[in-house]
Design a protein around this ligand. Structure first.
Ligand code: NAD
Length: 494
């Protein structure tokens, strides 16, 4: 049985009040680990350690080349333990091991990318209007960062936060989702092995309402970076207001995938599947809202249904499996609830809509790939994030209608569309109000490109150069080389 403790100030410690939590495998609800379950007091201890390491431990002053060296080393260690990490992620989340292997490839690349950026910014000399003076703009680490990650891509989301913060010279308190802490714990071990000084990397386990809330409220934290649901994001933003800490939010999405009449039908169907069924649809950027132009609608729906019927649902450790379970019993109940809502709203259920009949899959949290047609813009099943293997199809007539319906949402994370018309690609890419827009593709992201949402999908950006800048404060240093008296208030009295 795996175990896990908090990592605070370079030490592995139990919860102050001795509490623990069982971690379940979503495939069969078996217990795979028992880990420490922290509360506000454990979070306070970690914040104190991160504060000391930032204010007095010399981490922000450590040469950027040395921070880069440690991050490169960590990337090497992640590659060394790649298979172990991938299997741990699948044990914790139920996703296929193949998917987890891709995640681990990305994660090593993320640490490398930010290691490479760490020593590239030497500041900028700007034109000063005053003769005999110089003005320089530099970036400094923002300070102690609270980092809260979700359960769907546990280590990927954590690495989007850890790597830039450490590269910038911040110290961190990472709080993984309480139901999927295993790979974050493993990477914390690897950070210790890489040689990050005590207090620079701290990991505290426990529920959001305790550990996460303390990070959001604490005056000892300078920046809170959160990935998760909109409601939690709003709570965190309110809590952060008390000491006006910087807030970075990566929230949910309900992402349109628009298929125009002139699209390549086979490609559009293929990518519609990729857009949704990775990790059983538990992806913030899932293209779960498919919009199809009238001329291609019926052929598209038939082809999509035929391909969806063939998706192999099962144990993520079985090489044949294409889609694993949902994360928990609660989440399965939520997805089932949305299926009922869609039926009540008048959508047509073409496929799925229930758990699989396979007797081997009854103790896990499985749900079949599900297809609804006849959906309308104002339905809850279209507007709300289901976060499961459910596609809704809406029919539209014109480009204007498609764009206006796609933009009619509180979300703004990502959108995709399919067309062969280059002019339309130009027009629609600009008209869609989303942080990422894919033309003739879906769900592509890479560390060089910024990621984040318009509207209620978030605040700030992760990844890319801007992902590092989020962890910095901007300072203007003005130096007068030949200071003269001003005598604005009159010359000195005798
Ligand atoms: P969640 O909001 O329930 O939890 C996310 C994290 O916040 C967890 O670590 C949880 O413990 C913590 N938390 C809960 N309540 C808290 C509180 N009051 N104060 C501080 N922390 C608290 O989200 P989830 O169910 O884990 O994740 C799914 C959501 O994450 C979806 O909405 C998905 O779209 C979103 N997500 C967004 C992105 C993105 O890049 N925009 C990426 C992945 C997931």
């Amino acid at each position: 049985m795996l175990t896990g403790k908090h990592f605070i100030n370079g030490q592995w410690v139990d919860s102050l009040f001795g509490k623990t939590r069982e971690i379940l495998n979503p495939y069969d609800a078996s217990v795979v680990a028992v880990v420490a379950e922290g509360d506000r007091e454990d979070a306070k201890a970690a914040i104190k350690a991160a504060r000391l390491a930032f204010d007095h431990g010399g981490w922000p002053q450590t040469p950027a080349t040395e921070r880069a060296r440690l991050l490169f080393k960590l990337a090497d260690l992640i590659e060394r333990d790649h298979e172990e990490l991938a299997r741990l992620e699948s044990l914790d989340t139920g996703k296929t091991v193949e998917e987890s292997r891709w995640d681990m490839d990305d994660i090593a690349g993320i640490f490398r990318y930010f290691a490479g950026l760490a020593d590239k910014d030497g500041g900028e000399v700007i034109a000063s209007p005053n003769p005999g003076s110089t003005s320089t703009v530099i970036r400094e680490p923002v300070g102690v960062c609270g980092q809260i990650s979700p359960w769907n891509y546990p280590l990927l989301q954590a690495s989007w936060k850890m790597a830039p913060a450490l590269a910038a010279g911040c110290t961190i308190v990472m709080k993984p989702s309480e139901i999927t802490p295993l790979t974050t714990l493993k990477v914390t071990e690897l950070a210790e092995e890489a040689g990050f000084p005590p207090g620079v990397v701290n990991t505290v386990l426990g529920p959001g309402a305790e550990v996460g809330a303390e990070l959001a409220e604490s005056h000892g934290v300078d920046l809170i970076s959160f990935t998760g649901g909109i409601a939690t994001g709003k709570t965190i933003m309110r809590a952060a207001a008390d000491n006006v800490k910087k807030v970075a939010l990566e929230l949910g999405g309900k992402n349109p995938n628009i298929i125009f009449d002139d699209a390549d039908l086979d490609l559009a169907v293929d990518y519609a599947l990729n857009g949704v069924f990775f990790h059983a649809g538990q992806i913030c950027s899932a293209g779960a809202r498919v919009m199809v132009q009238a001329g291609i609608h019926d052929r598209f729906v038939d082809a999509l249904k035929a391909r969806m019927e063939k998706i192999v649902v099962g144990n993520g450790f079985d090489e044949k499996t294409q889609m694993g379970p949902l994360i928990s019993a609660d989440h399965l109940a939520k997805v089932e609830g949305y299926v009922e809502i869609a039926k009540e709203e008048g959508a047509t259920l073409l496929l799925g809509g229930k758990r699989p009949d396979d007797p081997d899959l009854q103790s896990g949290y499985f749900h079949l790939p599900t297809l609804f047609t006849g959906c309308e813009n104002d339905m809850r099943i279209v507007q709300e994030e289901v976060f499961g293997p459910v596609i809704t199809v809406e029919r539209f007539a014109t480009e204007e209608e498609a764009v206006s319906r796609a933009n009619d949402t509180i979300y703004g994370l990502s959108a995709g569309f399919w067309t062969r018309d280059p002019d339309r690609i130009e027009r629609v890419s600009k008209a869609l109000r989303f942080g990422t827009v894919w033309a003739n593709d879906f769900n592509v992201y890479f560390v060089q490109a910024p990621w984040g949402g318009y509207k209620q999908s978030g605040l700030g950006r992760e990844l890319g150069k801007i992902g590092l800048e989020e962890y910095t404060e901007v300072k203007h240093i003005y130096r007068n080389h030949a200071t003269q008296p001003i005598n604005w208030f009159g010359p000195d009295a005798e």
